[in-house]
Design a protein around this ligand. Structure first.
Ligand SMILES: Cc1ncc(COP(=O)(O)O)c(C=O)c1O
Length: 377
């Protein structure tokens, strides 16, 4: 659409500064555009394994009933999550992915002139959520390791700050804040600020990592966001949840869609929580081992890789142009990774950890892409 068309001009003033979300490129897209048959995608931090067999069975069973609307209150899913997390079901609100819950939270609490404090580079939806409401972003720098610098975040908080967001492990960098540091941060927040912990990659944290649901168990005013998209490999279904005091969930419920978590997603999420034989833990451990191997392989090619505790790593190049050249070369070699520009790191590429065979391919193709990119200089 023309930038100055009358329809564009209908947009609310707050949307002037909001760009649409740029997703990782789908495999078919790259196949079509570049005419390459074999393409792998390591761009959107999806889990590399299929969903749990029990989840696949539950999806098939739920499909038979899709003429009916789903349970709007997601009673069974909230009940299963309540058992899983040891928090009352009234403290849990499932949603159409965390991305949607972020928007709903912003829509329900931010007025123009308020602000949302967050470190940057980080997950872009938090900025979009604030911007779409005409709220300001109180931005703080990351710590050198790419994790949230909680002291700086604390300093960014002002009298109009309503939400202080901690993304940990952070996306696109992968580093997490420490448990004690998070405790201290929460202990020093002014009363008018609601802390929000985005734990989309929670399951990947090593033992001893933070578990922000713990604060909800203590009855504290906090919001925790988690998703079934990553560790549970249900990204295509769109299901996540927020844990927060019932009074806040009541406010968020005023703006949510009536049937925002579809029936198949609810069934799959419930089944995914039953990991009776410990397969999920084994797979998470394998991803962690592969992450160490991929990072070492990239470093041995002379690349700068940030420390990560999640299922992806961030590779930093000398300049945005250098990152773009390597990204192009990888695409031509059938490997889709994620340019981190929309997340505030234009000089970097974010690479999702895939299956061992995909990771081998990434490392081999990266070596070639670095040569191609240097030749195209
Ligand atoms: C930090 C972070 N939060 C939230 C999300 C959104 O997850 P979902 O798939 O549940 O919308 C992502 C997805 O990439 C993420 O990286």
């Amino acid at each position: 659409m023309e930038a100055d068309s009358p329809l564009t001009n209908l947009a609310r003033a707050a949307l002037a500064g909001v760009a649409p979300y740029e997703p990782g490129r789908p495999i078919d897209d790259v196949r079509r555009e570049l005419g390459i048959e074999h393409v792998i995608k390591l761009a959107s931090n999806e889990g590399p394994y299929p969903p749990a067999p029990a989840a696949l069975e539950a999806m098939a069973a739920a499909a038979a009933d899709v003429r009916l609307y789903p349970d709007s209150g997601a009673w069974h899913l909230r009940d299963a999550l309540s058992d899983h997390l040891a928090v009352p079901a009234e403290w849990i609100l499932p949603g159409n992915g965390v991305d949607s819950l972020i928007k709903l939270l912003c829509l329900s609490v931010l007025d123009p002139g308020d602000d949302l404090a967050v470190c940057w580079p980080s997950f872009v939806s938090w900025r979009q959520g604030a911007a779409m409401m005409g709220a300001a972003i109180a931005e703080a720098e990351l710590a050198p390791d790419g994790s949230f610098d909680l002291d700086r975040l604390r300093e960014a908080i002002g009298p109009r700050t309503k939400l202080a967001v901690v993304v940990s492990p952070n996306n696109p960098t992968g580093a997490a804040v420490g448990r004690a540091a998070l405790d201290d941060f929460l202990g020093t927040l002014p009363e008018h600020v609601l802390p929000v912990i985005d734990e989309a990659y929670f399951e990947y944290l090593p033992e001893g990592g933070h578990d922000a649901v713990r604060y909800a168990r203590e009855g504290r005013s906090i919001v925790v966001m988690r998703t079934f998209s990553k560790a549970y490999a249900l990204a295509g279904l769109r299901v996540g949840y927020m844990v927060a005091p019932p009074s806040l969930l009541g406010v968020v419920s005023r703006v949510r869609n009536a049937f925002d978590v579809n029936a198949i997603a609810q069934a799959a999420a419930i089944a995914s929580l039953r990991d009776a034989d410990g397969v999920l833990r084994e797979r998470l451990d394998e991803v962690a081992r592969e992450r160490v191997r991929v990072a070492a392989g990239l470093v041995s090619q002379g690349l700068e890789v940030l420390p990560s505790t999640a299922n992806f790593v961030l590779v930093r190049f000398a300049s945005p142009a250098a990152a773009q050249a390597v990204n192009r070369a990888l695409l031509h070699r059938g490997v889709i990774v994620r340019p981190a520009g929309p997340f505030g790191a234009p000089e970097s590429l974010r690479i999702t950890i895939g299956l061992p065979s995909e990771n081998d391919e990434l490392l081999a193709q990266m070596a070639g892409a670095l040569v191609d990119a240097a030749a195209s200089d």
